[in-house]
Design a protein around this ligand. Structure first.
Ligand SMILES: NC(=O)c1ccc[n+]([C@@H]2O[C@H](COP(=O)([O-])OP(=O)(O)OC[C@H]3O[C@@H](n4cnc5c(N)ncnc54)[C@H](O)[C@@H]3O)[C@@H](O)[C@H]2O)c1
Length: 318
């Protein structure tokens, strides 16, 4: 068994790599960037004996397909992507990376000459804004109504995964996270709750530039969910919601204040609601794949603050 993780130097990717290495698995990573800055925050370099690092663009079909075929890959956790603001500003480049890049992974699995299972990151951005659904809880049976290019690209990937199973028998699971938080989450529209925690630890004032509700999901749980889906012997092309804890940004600010009552930094929130429905039912995932973890929000926030405090004390929090 050999696992390829694309986008492994990103936030979720670093935690996925950490979880795979902790299981003693043989891991190859592929990312545009070689720097393991996020992995450095959460793993010891001595834990990386079974890790090989390669760099390149996910939209480079020949390289991605060659890696899967020639490196004996049996499992792919596909996370490489550009996030919502980038796709909104650069739809062509966003489509190349997010859609063509995902097609490369599936074609690579098709042409590998062995069974290759795929777990990939879709997103809750396939949902439209809350009022497009009369504010009810969404199961996977609801029609997707993405309001951004990013969401349209993710919906396209889900459709292509379905066709690759129907045509080529490639089994896959796409997960739809909402807002992932935790150490390493420093990029993207919804990184601000984590940036607020980092600033709280650094003693710097910070305003979360968003208002309304988010579904917050602890990064270690999200990574573990990807790994469990990757290792589960589930046949077919599945897409699952991933649900955490829905919280209003004002309540998040109050919770952070109560967790660190002596902090000097002023944390606040003001701005628009992210245009993505936030009430998701993930019971289908929990029924299909055993032991999907869910850390209560206060515990995940505490764990994140404590890890930031440790890194700060060691002079490693830039
Ligand atoms: N973070 C969230 O809240 C969230 C929510 C829903 C879905 N997702 C999805 O989860 C996945 C991982 O998200 P993340 O938060 O870790 O993002 P991230 O930005 O931290 O990581 C993405 C990684 O992909 C790499 N990458 C970007 N363009 C590339 C390219 N052209 N070729 C190769 N690698 C490239 C980046 O270098 C980065 O390491 C993405 O597919 C994202 O759309 C994330």
């Amino acid at each position: 068994m050999r696992v390829l993780v694309t986008g492994a130097q990103g936030c979720i990717g670093a935690w996925v790599v950490r979880g795979l290495l902790a299981r003693g698995l043989d891991v190859l990573i592929y990312d545009l960037i070689p720097e393991a800055a996020r992995l450095d925050l959460i793993t010891d370099p001595t834990a990386r004996r079974n890790l090989r690092v390669t760099t390149g663009a996910i939209e480079d079909s020949a390289t991605v397909k060659g890696l899967i075929k020639d490196e004996g890959i049996t499992h792919v956790c596909h996370l490489a992507a550009v996030l919502m603001p980038f796709c909104q500003a650069n739809p062509i480049q966003g489509g190349l990376i997010n859609v063509i890049g995902t097609l490369n992974v599936f074609e690579g699995a098709r042409d590998a000459g062995r069974d290759v299972r795929i777990t990939y990151a879709s997103s809750s951005a396939v949902w439209g804004p809350e009022d497009a659904y009369l504010a009810h809880t969404l199961s996977e049976n609801e029609p997707t109504k993405p309001a951004t290019h990013y969401g349209v690209f993710k919906a396209a990937n889900e459709g292509n995964a379905r066709i690759f199973y129907a045509t080529n028998g490639i089994s896959s699971i796409g997960l739809r996270p909402w807002t992932v938080y935790g150490v390493g989450r420093d990029f993207g529209l919804t990184a601000s709750p984590t940036i607020a925690m980092k600033n709280l630890v650094l003693g710097k004032d910070y305003q979360i530039p968003l208002g309304g509700f988010m579904d917050l999901q602890y990064v270690e749980d999200v990574a573990e969910s990807f790994i469990r889906c990757l290792l589960a012997p589930v046949q077919g092309a599945h897409v699952f919601n991933l649900a955490g804890d829905v919280i209003h940004m004002d309540e998040l600010v109050n919770t952070l204040r109560s967790l660190r009552p002596n902090a000097t930094a002023q944390i606040s929130a003001a701005g628009p609601q992210v245009p993505v429905a936030y009430r998701m039912d993930d019971s289908a995932l929990r029924a299909a794949v055993p032991d999907i973890p869910k850390t209560p929000l206060d515990q995940g926030l505490r764990a994140t603050l404590e890890l930031y405090e440790k890194l700060h004390a060691e002079g490693r929090l830039a």
